[in-house]
Ligand binder design. Sequence first.
Ligand code: NAD
Ligand code: IPM
Ligand code: MN
Length: 383
Amino acid sequence: AKPARVAVTPGDGIGPEVIHQSLRVLEHLRSQYGLPLEWDQLEWPSTDWHRRHGSMMPEDAMEQLAAYDAILLGALGDPGPRRDPNRYVLSDSVSLSPLLEMRKGFDQWVCERPARQLRGARQYLADPRAADTDMLVIRENSEGEYVGQGGRLRQGQPGEIATQTEIFTRFATERIIRYAFDRAQKRAAERRAANEARTFEALDGQTYESQVCVITKRNALRYWGDLYTEVFAEVAKDYPDVATTHELIDAACMKFVQAPWQFDVVVASNLQGDILTDLAAVISGGLGVAPSCNLNPDDPSRPSMFEPTHGSAPDIAGENKADPTAMLFTTARMLDWLGETRPPLADAGKALFEAVAADLEEHGHETRATDAIGDAILARLGA
Ligand code: NAD
Ligand code: IPM
Ligand code: MN
């Protein structure tokens, strides 16, 4: 098979530190499994590149990236002046722009953020039932609050007005909700195959093997709320085997903390999905273990992007303290994705996921250095 080509973009802060562990593991897996896999490590996008060239990435960056099958990204966000007082601070709106450009430009309209309380990972919630938390939050990744429409009137004056417009189309709403139902069915099938069926009660009093919960704020934000509610009901008709629920975002936050094990697939708008997934990360072990990906499921010619949920963590950058687990789970998901058309990559992805989960189970409670975690996982993979 033609090798899969990956653009590796370490980025800023702890990005390069956690990416380094992924590359060590990928080198090993490639030779162990003879994987059809190649990668180039790029210096951009990054604030270092910005310091040297005055922009986060070259002008033809998107064309260059388009030649790859996937992008493996560490994190972006200027780690700031803490370590070097002479270093200028780049604003988030500049340093994070490539992220949004890639999601938009490659139409990565699905953001998948699984939140599963794995054994060994820190369990922040005291209720023992939280050990069963296993949900997949699907974030709409192409529009909504992130369309960048609006502006500032009378800037800097006492009468200033800022507007920030949200745009929701029926097209993007339908495709993300349909994707959520498809994933719910797939998860139920996987659980059945593994003899780990779960049951969810729906509003109709029946029990189902999977569930989709849609998040809105329809009591206050009517137009978007009504569109989501209507489309959700229409799409649900095609999935009579999936339970449906609807939570308002504020109540959803409460229930994520109170009873996260009651959720299966959750589908949310771009911003609400962003916020919910930091919350979901912490209820399933913390940002150090929470993977993420930005997928374009319909056009394989455009690269999907794989990055952890966490950012550049300036508070711990450069100290060999960052947990590479989230990055390694993200890398496993990338192999799984690329493996849909190249089976050996999927096998390697599964082996990597299992090695990282086993490492977590054995050592998750210990404080370990970034490279020590990489060493342990490599050893587990037989390196
Ligand atoms: P953050 O995720 O970088 O850090 C939040 C907290 O979690 C910090 O205390 C950090 O030390 C800790 N943390 C994060 N990842 C960790 C890991 N792997 N191991 C151990 N601890 C970890 O979020 P923030 O502080 O709000 O943002 C910092 C910068 O990152 C900002 O510039 C922000 O815009 C950016 N950011 C980038 C991305 C991305 O590149 N995808 C995502 C979120 C935030
Ligand atoms: C994320 C991040 C980004 C987002 C920021 C850094 C632009 O928080 O990937 O979760 O809001 O999407
Ligand atoms: Mn976020």
